[in-house]
Design a protein around this ligand. Structure first.
Ligand code: PLP
Length: 443
């Protein structure tokens, strides 16, 4: 009965409902999901990139229960709750230097919307107002969420193109891609090449640009596309030089995923605005944060009558239950030394990828910390993709599910992104299921 209602009533995200097969998870423990019949599946993609310390972690479970005994909801419209304040303090202490203020919302898309609107309003209200700075610069294949503002800066043609008439204008640059580079560009010259394009655009358009929006180091939903090393660093320098704000969307790569708490740390970068969601609550509850510099904050201060206020809010923004889960998540990073323990797992992922990359239909393997994308191609030499309609990535995952491993691909790219807490033994099982799946799906 539940399965037929699931098919008929529940409109699943990013899912063709005409062919949807119900797949209901009854419970989970650590890195294992259990379906209604009690079959076990290793969670190879962290409940869609958000679980950090495993499911049913006792410390997070207890924090949420404790919070329930106090209060579940307090608005942030002119009030607050101590746990939300504590979370803000922890985030500011951990974040790259200069990010000193926190605006809470409830999803990654909202965190990006907030950053876009803050940047826009900043230029109208800063010391030397530049009201012509109303546009954004974003990258091809970017993914920043599914609301119309975040879709405007997004660039995944298959998801976003249809909505073009509804979107605001965005200047766009090619994806800084290390696998598919333009003719004449090598791995060695890629950073310089892509930064030159940035500089040309900033030179020409900085007077009308409010901000550049980027997923630092790796564009995840694009298919785990890895940027050339030094690109983020160079982008930060150029945005400073041309006085354009830098928005770092770390919704996917933040919260330890890259091997550091924030991906920006890898290139010693402090953005003007930093967006966090997904792993912020350990994957437990909807909560997001947009961190901003003091320079931005100052531009919004004034008398009540000046209307410099940021007129924006989400009912559940910074909600105490989510904040309690987030504080507990950050405490576990310390208590369990999550990032130190992650390093051997990152090394193990690299070993698995070296072996998997030898397969004749694996065109490219890409790794950022504990995220991997394995791109399947029809022809390795020409990098000719498999037609997307052949669903090669899904076929790999279909095999994995038969082996008790749950994965979700991005087109022809197989994704490995388990909770940071996974054991080496469980992790090996995921990687072996992927390897076998690739054999099966490309045979
Ligand atoms: C998932 C994601 C988002 C959107 O987050 P939601 O919580 O799903 O709205 C935004 N940016 C990036 C980089 C993401 O991966």
């Amino acid at each position: 009965q539940l399965e037929s209602w699931d098919r008929e009533l529940v409109w699943h995200a990013f899912t063709q409902m005409a062919e949807h097969q119900p797949f209901l998870i009854a419970r989970a423990e650590g890195c294992t999901l259990y379906d209604l019949e009690g079959r076990a599946y290793l969670d190879g993609v962290s409940s869609l990139w958000c679980n950090v310390h495993g499911h049913r972690h006792p410390h997070i479970d207890a924090a949420i229960r404790r919070q329930l005994d106090d209060v579940a909801h307090v608005t942030l419209l002119g009030m607050g709750h101590p746990i939300t304040v504590q979370l803000a303090k922890k985030l500011v202490d951990l974040a790259p230097a200069g990010l000193a203020r926190v605006f809470f919302s409830d999803s990654g898309a909202s965190a990006v919307e907030v950053a876009l609107k803050l940047a826009f309003q900043f230029w109208r209200q800063c010391e030397n107002p530049q009201p012509a700075k109303t546009k954004y610069l974003a990258f091809d294949n970017a993914y920043h969420g599914d609301t119309l503002g975040s879709v405007s800066v997004g660039g995944v043609a298959r998801f976003h193109e249809m909505f073009q008439p509804l979107l605001f204008e965005v200047l766009r640059l090619p994806t800084p891609n290390l696998y598919r580079m333009p003719n004449g560009v090598s791995r060695e010259s890629a950073t310089e090449h892509y930064l030159q394009l940035v500089e040309q655009t900033l030179q020409q358009h900085h007077n009308e640009l409010a901000a550049v929006v980027i997923e630092p180091l790796m564009q995840c939903a694009a298919g785990m596309i890895l940027h050339p090393p030094g690109f983020l660093r160079g982008l930060r320098e150029l945005t400073k030089k041309y006085d354009v704000l830098l928005i770092a969307d770390e919704v996917a790569v933040g919260m330890g995923r890259s091997g550091r708490m924030f991906a920006c740390e890898q290139e010693n970068v402090s953005p003007d605005l930093l967006c966090l969601a997904k792993g912020l609550t350990g994957g437990y509850l909807p909560l997001a944060a947009t961190l901003a510099t003091d320079r931005i904050w100052q531009a919004f201060l004034g008398t009540y009558e000046s209307s410099r206020t940021f007129f924006h809010g989400h009912t559940y923004g910074g909600n105490p239950l989510g904040a309690a889960a987030a504080v507990a998540t950050l405490e576990i990073f310390e208590q369990e030394q999550t990032l130190a323990k992650l390093q051997p797992k990152i090394a193990r992922l690299q070993e698995h990828l070296v072996r998997i990359s030898a397969h004749p239909h694996v065109g490219n393997v890409r790794q950022l910390g504990f995220i991997a994308g394995i791109e399947l191609v029809r022809d390795r030499a020409t990098k000719e993709p498999f037609p997307w309609t052949e669903r090669r990535g899904q076929r790999v995952c279909d095999h994995a599910i038969s082996q008790g491993v749950w994965l979700r691909p991005l087109g022809n790219v197989v994704v490995i992104m388990p909770p940071l807490s996974i054991s080496l033994e469980e992790f090996d099982r995921i990687c072996l299921a992927v390897e076998e799946g690739i054999e099966t799906a490309t045979a």
